[in-house]
Unconditional design. Structure first.
Length: 131
C-alpha cells in the first residue's frame, strides 16, 4: 500500500485540478457573454408589413374616412422594448406606434410613391411610404 500511495496521491491531485479547471471554464464561458452592455438604439419612424418597410413621411395629411381601408394593426412596438442591435424587424412591427394601433391604406393613392400601398395609422399624424 505504501508503494501505491505516491501514485494515488498524484492521481487525486491531478483529478482535483481537472475538476477545478472544468468548473472555472464553465463559469467563465457562462458569464463571459453576460456583461452589462447598454445600447441606445435610435429608431426611424417606420412600420413593416408584407416584408416591406414603410417610413413616416411628410406633414399631417387630411384624409376623409371614406378614403381609408382597414389593413392591419401594429403587433409590436420596438422603441422601449428592443435593446438588441441585431434585432431584425418583423411584419407588424412599428418603431413608435402602440401595439394594436390600426393601420389603413389610402384608396386611390398615387403609386408614384414607390408602392401601391401607402399606410396611415388611425391618427393621421404620419403617412408611411415604402422605401
Amino acid at each position: 500500500m505504501k508503494k501505491l500511495w505516491p501514485y494515488f496521491k498524484t492521481f487525486i491531485i491531478i483529478s482535483l485540478g481537472i475538476i477545478v479547471i472544468a468548473i472555472g471554464m464553465h463559469w467563465g464561458i457562462r458569464t463571459w457573454g453576460m456583461r452589462n452592455i447598454h445600447v441606445d438604439i435610435e429608431w426611424a419612424d417606420f412600420i413593416k408589413f408584407n416584408d416591406i418597410t414603410y417610413l413616416a413621411s411628410g406633414p399631417p395629411v387630411p384624409i376623409s374616412s371614406e378614403n381609408l381601408t382597414y389593413y392591419d394593426k401594429v403587433r409590436f412596438k420596438l422603441s422601449e422594448n428592443v435593446n438588441d442591435p441585431n434585432y431584425r424587424s418583423k411584419n407588424g412591427d412599428a418603431a413608435f406606434l402602440e401595439v394594436g394601433t390600426p393601420v389603413y391604406t389610402i384608396n386611390g393613392y398615387s403609386p408614384m410613391l414607390r408602392s401601391s400601398k401607402t399606410f396611415l395609422p388611425r391618427d393621421p399624424r404620419s403617412l408611411f411610404i415604402s422605401i
